[in-house]
Structure formats: structure tokens, C-alpha cells
Design a protein around this ligand. Structure first.
Ligand code: URA
Length: 195
């Protein structure tokens, strides 16, 4: 693993903002994990602490991982498409997604996950090039560059739609994560028992 890959002291001003982010937010979790989650871009808390998904969205995410038996510290590598906080938390522009993609792609190649979770429509657009609504993309497996990819609602959407009812976004996301967990279990079994 290269030093730049883990270096959180890098700075970036790819958006040209007069108020650039505090620091580049690279990743958290296990770089040897078979599961990778890709979000959109750091928010205020992530910019402050230098790790992705450590604010309110991160808490929702970690709880859902734990609900389905995925350990967020050991079983998953977490990063974002864009590595620095966009001004005023706006959605990254298409240009920023394109500028950021080579770094993300390098992370994917180095971690070499079997399964990738794309958290929210921005991550889906950046990786799969799809601009459809996340409501129709989530929960459906895709193949990308030889890896299994699962789009999910972004946890910030779950914060805005917290209903715990059956068929609601939280329950659907828990179901999607169970699919991810089971797929990983099957892949582990298949590797342990070659034909
Ligand atoms: N939202 C994201 O997409 N990523 C983070 O790291 C935090 C919030």
C-alpha cells in the first residue's frame, strides 16, 4: 500500500473554492476487507476529523452494518468518490467526479474488494455512469469491472426519512445490506471449496 493512499494530511482545492476544505478525507475501516462502501463526499464532521462517515450519516451507517452482522471496523473499507468537502456541502459537480475518479479507482484496485456498496445516487453516477433515480437502482445487483456492486440509499436520505415501517427506506436498506452480507458469505464459501 502506498503512503499517498493512506496520507490524510494532503490538501486539495479541486473545486477552486475561496474556502477550501480543511483536509483530504481518504478512508476508514479495513484496507484488507472484501467489502468496500463508496459514498459521495465528506461533510463538515468528516472535514474536521479526517475520516469518512463519522457524522450523523456515519452513525446511521454503522448501526445498519451492525444490525446485519457486519463489523464496520473490520469487515468494510469506507471511502468517498470525492475526497474533500465541497463548499457548503453541495453535491459534487460532474467535473469534480471526473477529477476524483482516478484516485477512487486506485483505491478500488488496491483494496480489491469482492463487493462494492454504492451509497447514494452520486456514487452510482460516478462509478456506473447511471443517472436513474436511486429508488429504482437500490437493492439490485450490478456487475462492474469483475466485481459485484450494490447501490443503496444514502444514509442522509434515511435521516430525512426515518420511518421504521416495513417497506420503508430504513427497512429496505437493512434488507439490501443483508443481501450484501449473504453474498460475501457465499463468496467466502466458494473460495474455500474450489471445484
Ligand atoms: N456523506 C458522504 O457521502 N460521505 C461522508 O463521508 C459523509 C457524509
Amino acid at each position: 500500500m502506498t503512503a499517498e493512499f493512506l496520507d490524510t494530511t494532503l490538501f486539495c482545492n479541486c473545486c477552486g473554492s475561496k474556502q477550501p476544505s480543511t483536509q483530504v478525507v481518504v478512508s476508514r475501516g479495513n484496507p484488507s476487507a472484501r467489502l468496500m462502501l463508496i459514498g459521495e463526499a465528506p461533510g463538515a464532521r468528516e472535514d474536521e476529523l479526517g475520516e469518512p462517515f463519522v457524522g450523523r450519516s456515519g452513525k446511521v451507517l454503522d448501526k445498519l452494518f451492525k444490525d446485519v452482522g457486519i463489523n464496520p471496523l473490520e469487515d468494510v473499507f469506507i471511502c468517498n468518490v470525492v475526497k474533500c468537502r465541497p463548499p457548503k456541502n453541495r453535491r459534487p459537480t460532474k467535473e469534480e467526479l471526473l477529477i476524483s475518479f482516478p484516485w477512487l479507482n486506485q483505491q478500488i484496485e488496491l483494496v480489491d474488494p469482492w463487493v462494492i456498496i454504492l451509497s447514494g445516487s452520486t456514487a452510482v453516477e460516478a462509478v456506473l455512469g447511471l443517472k436513474e433515480k436511486i429508488t429504482s437502482l437500490r437493492g439490485v445487483w450490478r456487475a462492474w469491472e469483475g466485481r459485484m456492486v450494490m447501490p443503496l440509499f444514502h444514509p442522509s436520505y434515511l435521516l430525512r426519512n426515518p420511518s421504521k415501517t416495513e417497506g420503508g427506506p430504513v427497512a429496505l436498506t437493512r434488507g439490501d445490506l443483508l443481501q450484501v452480507k449473504n453474498r460475501l458469505k457465499d463468496l467466502h464459501k466458494a473460495i474455500a471449496m474450489p471445484m
